[in-house]
Design a protein around this ligand. Structure first.
Ligand code: NCD
Ligand code: ZN
Length: 333
């Protein structure tokens, strides 16, 4: 059995830099037509020079694969309307991180003061630059995203022309507010469609499933599945594939981030197939992103076939999600 996807897109991807970038970029570049590249390097990507040189390094790492890196800037509260106007043609989005809530988010926004930041959000609305948000507070770990919903609501109402993307949603509450506000959209990861907190910490601790936002309850996962499997217009695929060397995962003080790039499409096919929803995968993994971001991706046909394969234990010192396990579908090379 085979299945063709036209220009799949991964709208939330961490490619890192240096050796890691060189090693891992191909896993996404082989299977996707393009990805929204996250700017949380150290230091973060906050100006056009560093963004363009990062894009160049990504394209070098990608080599001959047909793949578009859609670039994003790391939100800073001192961005001016002039700066944004200049940036517009080089970027697809701006990513806002509350300071310190996740890996490499130092230098993010200390306090989301809507009034103080309104000149930036107004300019982004005018220029039609989407705002991507890591929506977590510093509260109790299971409630961080739920608490942040108040900020999403305020933003959605105060800036009705601003496209706001709730990144990697994990809760029922997020699924609900998404439907209530016209200008709210969301990415959903692969792992949040598959795991709950039980898989991370219910038995022996699994560092390779530890990420931010942490996987939540069964009913939260069900709410996300409902959106993704039905390819709801408000959601699109964003893997949040975030590689860390094994030494940073299997240690005390494990880094947050799941490396799913090498298995993303295979596992999505398996999941959608299992629920008899394969015909919706194209919309979830490409068409919705085109509509939300107004993108025309490069032409790229990806053939998925129902053929078992075993996920390697390790890629260049990074342990992928489902390492050593058998998957039912694979991308035909
Ligand atoms: C991401 C990373 O490692 O850069 N980690 C994660 O747990 N998802 C950052 C992020 O998207 O929060
Ligand atoms: Zn991320």
């Amino acid at each position: 059995m085979q299945f063709v996807l036209n220009s799949p897109l991964d709208m939330h991807l961490h490619l890192r830099d240096g050796e890691m970038l060189k090693n891992i970029a191909k896993f996404s570049a082989k299977e996707f037509a393009g990805s929204l590249i996250m700017p949380n390097l150290v230091p973060p990507v906050t100006n056009i020079n560093s963004l363009l040189s990062y894009k160049k390094r990504i394209l070098e790492a990608v080599g001959d694969e047909k793949f578009t890196p859609y670039m994003s800037l790391f939100f800073k509260s001192n961005y001016t309307a002039d700066f944004l106007e200049n940036a517009k043609s080089h970027i697809t989005a701006i990513k806002l991180y509350p300071n310190g809530v996740t890996t490499n988010s130092e230098g993010g926004v200390e306090q989301i003061d809507i009034k103080k930041l309104s000149p930036i959000f107004e300019a982004m609305s005018e220029l039609d630059i989407p705002l991507c948000v890591h929506g977590e507070t510093n509260g109790f770990v299971m409630d961080r995203e739920k608490e942040f919903c108040a900020v999403y609501k305020q933003l959605a109402v105060a800036f009705p022309k601003l496209t706001i993307i709730m990144e990697h949603i994990t809760t029922r509450e997020s699924a609900e507010i998404l439907k209530r506000y016209e200008n709210l959209y969301a990415t959903i990861t692969l792992h949040h469609l598959l795991i709950t907190l039980d898989d991370v910490a219910g038995g022996l601790l699994n560092p390779h499933l530890f990420c931010k936002p942490i996987a939540k309850r069964h009913e939260d996962k069900e709410a996300l599945l409902e959106l993704a499997l039905n390819a709801d217009k408000k959601v699109m695929f964003g893997s949040d594939s975030a590689p860390h060397p094994v030494s940073k995962k299997e240690c005390c003080g494990c880094a947050a981030g799941i490396f799913s790039a090498p298995i993303a499409l295979s596992v999505l096919a398996e999941l959608f197939d299992k629920h008899n929803k394969l015909t919706n995968l194209q919309t979830f993994v490409s068409n919705n992103a085109r509509d939300i971001y107004k993108l025309i991706p490069i032409e790229k046909k990806i053939i998925l076939e129902k053929k078992e394969w075993k996920v390697p234990e390790n890629f260049y010192g990074v342990v992928p999600m489902f390492a050593g396990q058998s998957l039912k579908w694979r991308v035909k090379s």
